[in-house]
Design a protein around this ligand. Structure first.
Ligand code: CO
Length: 133
């Protein structure tokens, strides 16, 4: 049911600048990609077993703006797990009492695949994203 850790997302004011230090460790760093539907710009650092996703606010109503007001130096924003069937995962979570953020309809995420976000109060204080593998 639950797949691999897809990525750990770190919110920052400048995603390219934040990712640069990973280059010193020999990591592969993606170009910056704006995702207007999610209100962020993303830069991915690819590791052998997962990715680090740096997210930077895009636009005045970015969902990470408040997080950065509280964490001016940046911080871990969410973790993302692969699921084989996002609709089945959503329905099972709702049945168990977990809260799906937004309207519950998956949006297309940074990798061109459907994603949903789950309430931190149902996941030990961590904002969780699930992505269809
Ligand atoms: Co993410």
């Amino acid at each position: 049911m639950l797949g691999r850790l897809n990525h750990v997302a770190i919110a920052v004011y400048d995603a390219e600048r934040a990712a640069r230090i990973y280059g010193a460790l020999g990591a592969e760093i993606s170009a910056a990609v704006p995702l207007p539907e999610h209100g962020v710009i993303t830069v991915f650092v690819t590791l052998p077993n997962t990715k680090i996703e740096f997210i930077q606010p895009l636009g005045k109503t970015s969902p990470i703006a408040k997080f950065l007001e509280r964490n001016a130096d940046g911080g871990i924003h969410h973790i993302c797990y692969d699921v084989p069937d996002i609709i089945a995962a959503r329905d099972r979570l709702i049945k168990e009492g977990a809260r799906v953020l937004g309207d519950g309809v998956p949006k297309i995420g940074a990798h061109g695949k459907p994603v949903l976000f789950l309430h931190p109060k149902d996941f030990s204080g961590a904002l969780v994203e699930i992505e269809q593998a």
